[in-house]
Ligand binder design. Structure first.
Ligand SMILES: [Zn+2]
Length: 316
């Protein structure tokens, strides 16, 4: 699925994946050492070269167009209304799909009703705040599961000036555990938002834990990535690994179970008996405190020195 926007279309006429065996054959036919090239491709000086091979390809497509919406609300800042802090959470999930245990409805309770409920709760709480100096924006994004499309559309047509967008705090699939000791930050070290979050986490009695699986590329797999791509410092973190009751062991179990059984499956459902809200409460409080500090202390968090997004921010 792609955005119905000619500039968003990939200009390559065929896109696809091949297995490594197929790649080996392909390179062999071109008389090129695949493994050597794989090594070269990991260096900065690598340059793509024509393999001088030809491929004939037939493909029959039927194209279906669909419309969906990002839903945006705001609380206008009292002093600096053009400067915005953007909370985001995707509202879509996978709809109706292949039935598992006679259930074909992919509810997406954790992924990501937990996030959309969180931005509603944050908005409700901020409404009660006496003074909020900058504007707070709450975006429920569409079509995240289809390739971050709602946020990609926003990044192409930003409603708020990216250079005046102070930060994006993205919320996706919060933990349904009790209170936690950690705040796990995806893409740890990208921006000064991490420092702000750490300060608040410590106040809550939590410690900051850099994402232990950077190889899963989670920083590049939810909507904040598209905000980062237009230079807006983006933050993606939640309590993940270390429970106040039971420590890391108990969570590892639950975590493995979630990914094995419920992630992107019909069983990602609300369960009154097993869901606990301690971790969400901690995270909600942290997201709230971050927004409040950003709004009222008028901080401009920066990308860190070796972040790939720093240069984009500076060009804005
Ligand atoms: Zn999600």
């Amino acid at each position: 699925m792609t955005l119905d926007d000619p500039s968003a279309m990939n200009t390559c006429p065929i896109q696809g994946w091949i297995s490594s065996e197929a790649a080996l054959k392909l390179f062999k036919n071109a008389d090129v050492d695949f493994n050597q090239w794989l090594k070269n491709a990991k260096t900065r000086t690598f340059q793509a070269t024509d393999l001088d091979l030809k491929l004939s390809f037939g493909l029959e497509n039927s194209i279906k167009r669909a419309v969906s919406s990002n839903v945006i609300a705001k609380i206008v800042g009292s002093e600096f209304p053009e400067e915005v802090i953007i909370y985001s959470a995707h509202w879509d999930h996978l709809g109706i799909g292949i039935a598992i245990d006679d259930d074909s409805i992919y509810n997406g309770a954790q992924d990501n009703a937990s996030g959309t409920a969180m931005i509603l709760a944050l908005a409700e709480a901020f409404k009660k705040e006496k003074e909020v100096k900058r504007t707070l924006v709450f975006i429920a994004l569409t079509a995240e599961e289809e390739g971050l499309l709602g946020s990609a559309f926003y990044a192409r047509h930003p409603i708020y000036e990216p250079s005046k967008s102070v930060a994006n705090i993205n919320i996706d699939a919060l933990a349904s555990y009790g209170k936690m000791k950690d705040l796990t930050i995806m893409g740890f070290g990208q921006s000064e938002l991490d420092d702000l979050a750490e300060k608040i986490a410590i106040r809550q009695g939590r410690y900051v834990y850099p994402d232990p699986y950077p190889n899963k590329g989670l920083f590049f797999r939810s909507d904040h990535f598209n905000f980062a791509k237009i230079g807006i410092p983006a933050f993606f973190a939640f309590a993940s690994f270390d429970a106040v009751n039971g420590g890391k062991e108990i969570i590892k179990n639950e975590y493995d179970q979630f990914y094995a059984l419920r992630y992107h499956a019909p069983s990602d459902e609300f369960n009154r008996d097993t869901w606990r809200f301690g971790a969400m409460q901690q995270d909600g409080d942290l997201f709230y405190q971050m927004g409040l500090e950003l709004a009222n202390n008028r901080i401009w968090p920066k990308w860190n020195q070796d972040s790939e997004f720093k240069i984009i921010r500076e060009m804005n």
